[in-house]
Design a protein around this ligand. Structure first.
Ligand SMILES: NC(=O)c1ccc[n+]([C@@H]2O[C@H](COP(=O)([O-])OP(=O)(O)OC[C@H]3O[C@@H](n4cnc5c(N)ncnc54)[C@H](OP(=O)(O)O)[C@@H]3O)[C@@H](O)[C@H]2O)c1
Length: 173
């Protein structure tokens, strides 16, 4: 199972300016295209409940797994029954193991900050695809906090126009 983080960041390391700030509104077209391609390759997109609620609809040709600690409570698993969307209160390791048993070869961990930190803290991330956009929010939600890591190497970079750069980093083996 290849597990990767996919995220859009500002120059000041933010993934949103405020909790309801949807990244779709500030990321570039190339990055949106890359997100679709990359997550379709994986076949599974793992989201935190807060990010799911901002998106609110399934992704074409991808299973969406929503993490919530409030399974069975309408507030946690709002959207139960939507085709292509599953809710779980399992740990990151259990989620990946279940997906592997079901034959999935990859999983995209697509945020938000709490979910990124959970997977990194558990050392379950093989790669990261981080698009840095040349803007500064000056406030907002950090990509990750409360996690200290120094075991990733930069594998590749790619410009998306003149304002954004994709950074591909991989866990050192
Ligand atoms: N720029 C980007 O690339 C990007 C990508 C994604 C999201 N975002 C932004 O990130 C923000 C949201 O991030 P966030 O950190 O506030 O929230 P989040 O990570 O989207 O969701 C947090 C919620 O996920 C659930 N959760 C987290 N860890 C869990 C675990 N181990 N087990 C079970 N449930 C777990 C909990 O849901 P319950 O409260 O239901 O228990 C928790 O409240 C939004 O502004 C969004 O736009 C940006």
């Amino acid at each position: 199972m290849n597990t990767f983080i996919i995220a859009a960041l500002t120059l000041d390391g933010k993934i949103a300016k405020y909790p309801e700030h949807n990244s779709y509104s500030w990321t570039c077209a190339e990055d949106k295209k890359f997100f679709i391609e990359k997550t379709k390759d994986a076949g599974v997109v793992i989201l935190g409940r807060k990010t799911w609620e901002l998106i609110g609809k399934p992704f074409e040709d991808r299973l969406v797994v929503v993490m919530t600690r409030r399974m069975g409570q309408g507030s946690g698993d709002k959207g139960q029954g939507i085709r292509g969307v599953e809710f779980t209160d399992k740990s990151p390791a259990e989620i990946l193991s279940d997906l592997e048993n079901r034959g999935f070869k990859g999983a995209a961990v697509a945020g938000g900050a709490e979910v990124y930190a959970e997977f990194l803290r558990a050392d379950l991330v093989d790669e990261m695809f981080i698009t840095v956009h040349s803007i500064i929010f000056g406030e907002g939600i950090d990509f990750v906090s409360g996690v200290e890591i120094d075991n990733f190497d930069v594998l590749d970079t790619k410009m998306f126009g003149s304002k954004s750069c994709l950074l591909h980093v991989r866990h050192r083996v």
